[in-house]
Design a protein. Structure first.
Length: 335
């Protein structure tokens, strides 16, 4: 459902008057309750491209009930109205921008650039070194828009009688805001363990549990007074991760706080998702004890409720499950 191709030229060719930005809006993650507003915004943003390509771009007909459950959507609201969104997919080695849409009434105000900058910040925060997307040169100005943002053409492929242009951009951790660099442990002599925990979260968010033996010691133990019965060692670690995925299906992971001292790392997590059509949350505080470069013990406690959200926590959000294989995508706005 890549919507980058259709969404941006209006930002470039039809500049709206820009008034002093007394209300920049609020960024937040999407929930099930936002599906209707997401559909409306995307249909409004993409409608102008129907005459050009002779069909509705696929984002106009996509299943956003499913997409919101399995992918990350960041919404920009102003005075309670959804005015822009960006949809991203987390892969083990990069962040993929699947969809970018801005309300026609708010185009020409730099919101597309703001949402792209937000996506790049997400990628850096998660430790990724690259962000990727696909667009079409048929939509005037798209390729130039991304080139101005530092993207380069990776390859071009024929697509439905046209051309799909795949672009990528390196992400430098040094470009993170200072507070987020601190959260990742940058510029710290004791950052390696925090970075290790973030890397584990990134792999778990992609649904990949194959590296348990690299993450946990042979005698790993989980200590949680609210639950019990987990085995020790790698089997116990797998049980723990599977139990989490079952308790919060399609979960997103927020890293809200992280502190490192000696061989321990403390993390405040938020897991959010849906189960049986209802929102579910799991708030967790955990202290990990390391033995060498692997986790030997997990001392944690969980509650079936949500922490109050902050702007920083929304920046760190990770979907626990994401597709492992990129499909051939419609550069005009489809997957």
């Amino acid at each position: 459902m890549n919507g980058l191709g259709p969404g941006l030229p209006a930002l470039i060719r039809h500049r709206n008057p820009i008034t002093p930005d007394h209300n920049p809006g609020t960024l937040r993650p999407a929930t099930k309750a936002d599906v209707s507003a997401i559909c409306t915004l995307i249909r409004d943003a993409y409608a102008k491209w129907v005459p050009l390509i002779g069909r509705e771009p696929l984002p106009m007909t996509a299943d956003y009930t499913l997409a919101v459950r399995t992918r990350r959507f960041d919404l920009l609201e102003r005075e309670g109205q959804l005015i822009a969104l960006i949809e991203t997919i987390l892969y083990p080695d990069h962040l993929w921008v699947e969809n970018l849409a801005v309300s026609p009434k708010h185009q020409g105000q730099g919101l597309g650039q703001r949402m792209m900058a937000h996506a790049e910040c997400i990628g850096r925060m998660l430790g990724h070194t690259e962000i990727k997307l696909v667009t079409s040169p048929a939509f005037t100005g798209n390729v130039d828009f991304y080139r101005r943002r530092g993207f380069a053409i990776e390859r071009e492929e024929p697509f439905r009688g046209g051309v799909a242009v795949y672009l990528h951009k390196p992400l430098l951790a040094s470009e993170l805001p200072a507070d987020l660099m601190s959260a990742r442990g940058e510029n710290s002599s004791t950052s390696s363990k925090k970075d290790f925990v973030l890397r584990i979260a990134r792999w778990i968010s992609a649904g990949d549990f194959r590296h348990v033996a690299e993450w946990f010691t042979d005698d790993f133990k989980l200590h949680d007074p609210s639950i019990g019965g987990f085995r020790s060692g790698h089997d116990g670690a797998r049980d723990m991760l599977r139990s989490l995925a079952e308790h919060v299906p399609g979960a997103r992971i927020d890293v809200l706080d992280m502190v490192e001292e000696d061989n321990r790392v403390a993390v405040r997590w938020l897991f959010s998702g849906t189960k049986d059509g209802m929102p579910v949350y799991l708030s967790v505080v955990t202290i990990y004890r390391f033995d060498g470069d692997r986790i030997a013990e997990d001392w944690g406690i969980a509650a079936k409720a949500a922490w109050p959200m902050t702007a920083t926590s929304a920046t760190n959000q990770l979907p626990i499950r994401a597709p492992h294989t990129q499909r051939n995508r419609d550069p005009s706005g489809g997957a």
